[in-house]
Each structure stands twice: as C-alpha cells, then as structure tokens.
Design a binder for this molecule. Sequence first.
Ligand code: RAT
Ligand code: ZN
Length: 372
Amino acid sequence: MSLAERVARAVDAAPIVDLHTHLFAPQFGALNLWGIDELLTYHYLVAETLRAEPKVSPEAFFARDKAAQADLVWDALFVRRSPLSEATSGVATVLHAFGLDPAAKDLREARAFFAARRVEQHVEDVLRLAGVTALAMTNDPTDPAERAVWEAGVAPDPRFHAALRVDRLVSSQDLARELDRWIARMRPRYLAISVEEVSAPPRAVLDVCRAHDLPFAMMIGVTRAVNPRLGVAGDGMRAVSLAPLERLAAENPDVRFLITTLARENTHALCVVARKFANVLPFGCWWFMNNPSLIEETTSMRLEMLGPTFVPQHSDARVLDQLIYKWRHARRSIASALSRRYAAMSVAPTDAQIERDARALLGGIAGEWLGA
Ligand code: RAT
Ligand code: ZN
C-alpha cells in the first residue's frame, strides 16, 4: 500500500468529534433539520442560486415556500448547470451516499426517499455514514423556539453536546445571572461568539469560563449583512488584526480559547498566536474557508507550524445530512495534507504513528476540549 493509501485509510477510520455545528439533537423536534428540501435551501446554495439567476430577486425567492425554493435551486444549480461548487457537490455526495441520482431532472425520487425515513433511524445512519461520534450544537437561549425546548426540560442525545452561544446574550442587563442560569440548564461544553473584529468579551463571560472551566470560542472575521437582501446568506468577511487576541490570551492564561478565522489572510497569523499561547486552539476551516483547496493549504500550514496540536476541521452543518459530505470531503483534504507532510520527512512514519496522528486530528483533540 502506498503512503497516501495508508494515510487515507487511517483518516477514514478515525472517529470524528465535530467541534461546531448548528445541528440539534432529535429531542429538539422541528429544530432538527434534515432531508432534501433543507439541504437545497442551505444558505450557501441560496447565495449561489441568486448569483446564477440574477433575474430572480431575493424578495421573490424568499416569498416562495420551502419546497418551491428547493425546486428553483435544483433547477438552477443541478439541472441547468453542473454542481461544481463545494456546496453543490456536497449535495451530490449526500444523494449518492443514499443511492439517489444527483443528476435527476426533478426532486420526486429524493423527496419520496426522505419522506419514508424515520427520524431516529435517520440520525443513526447519518452519524454512521459520516463517522461522527460526538458533536457540538450551537445553543442560543435568546431564540424563542430553542428556549422553549430547554425550558421544557429536554435531555438531548448524549452525542449532541451543548455550546452556549452568547452573540445576543451578551447584551442582557444581568449577564452574569443569565450565564449562570443557562450554564446550569444546558450544561454547555464551551461558550461561543462570532465577531467581526477581536475584542475582549464582557468580564462576566471570562469569569464564568474560569469558574466552570469552560473554553471560550471566538469565530473571527464575519461582517454581518453586507447584502441584507440575502438574509442569512448575506454575510461577508474581513481580514482583521489578531493583536487583541494575543492580549486576551496573555491576560487570561487560565482561560482556554477556541479560535477560528474566516479570512484566508488570517490563517497564518493565527498559527503564530497559537505558537505563543498554549491556551489558544486553532480549529476548523470556517464557512468561506470550507473548500477543499483551502482546507488542504490550511492544514498543511498548521501541521508545519503546530504539529498535531490543532483541530483541522469542524462541519458547521445546519442540516443533519450535510455531515456526510462535509466530513467525507474534509477527510480527503486532511489526508492529502497529512500524507504530503509525511512524504516530506526524512523518516517514513509507521502505521501506528499514522493512526495516532489521524485519531488526534480528527477527533482526539476536539474530544479533549469538548470533554466528549
Ligand atoms: O457557516 C454558517 O452557516 C454561518 O451562517 C454562520 O452560522 C457561522 O457558522 C456562525 O456560526 O456564525
Ligand atoms: Zn456556525
């Protein structure tokens, strides 16, 4: 077997711990999204459809019901064009995994397939096909639908870990009390925020992270609503200074920071910060970085600068079935970066070393930070 094959085999076999998703455990009912209409109305594909079909206004698109939106996306991106983008090729990967035809003229067969699925079995099948053993949700108590589920006393599937998202919560009057209350209810594995530029979070956030020994995740570089007509598909990105992150990590050595950046230009700077501060863990190739070429490039850089002490990818899945493609595709890019790295070394790795590295990168390190 060639080195590349040995590495691909180890990476394929390594269990995944997915550090950031927008998925919900099946106990959250309708918040757990799955099936063809949800896959096709993913906001990445909405942006691509409105670009491919400039005659369809965003307002006209959003006025349609979900099935009619999905029909339009299918026609624009899969029937009249080839699904070459990462987000479209991902849908094709999912359909193929379920034995469905990614070149079908319409969605009849796919809809019939998903309609016949039982949700519990579907969750099991997707996690197995993706090789995911644990994942983090994104839990925002300011969202009324989600809040109602927590207040009803939900006990989520133990593979779905809570992550307390504080983007909106940070503006509450009595932040410290709100944080304590939601930590007690959700038992989150970390707190998280997405920001345009890095700035120190409110003191109460760092205090609870310290008190409960919870990491604080910062997702850096998103500019919300650069095109507000596109709704959630309308956000953009900026490359930003990571100097404030250095200060934050230096001033809070007892807080662990999970960091991902949206701009390709910030990837290298983040590696340098992580070399200086062991309490900073670079994770994932986020959103506009979640493309095979950028994952391979980013993973290569991180391997060279950090060795196996980072988390190469998270899925950011919003629809359960996306786990299949996000992880199948990411595994290929990670395996390719890893085998190029081994090939560049003067001593060939043993199978045991390859397996140890693959397990650490795909799930081991994320599992330690998540306590999963
Ligand atoms: O990647 C996405 O789906 C974005 O819409 C965001 O949700 C982003 O991942 C975030 O968590 O802010
Ligand atoms: Zn996200």
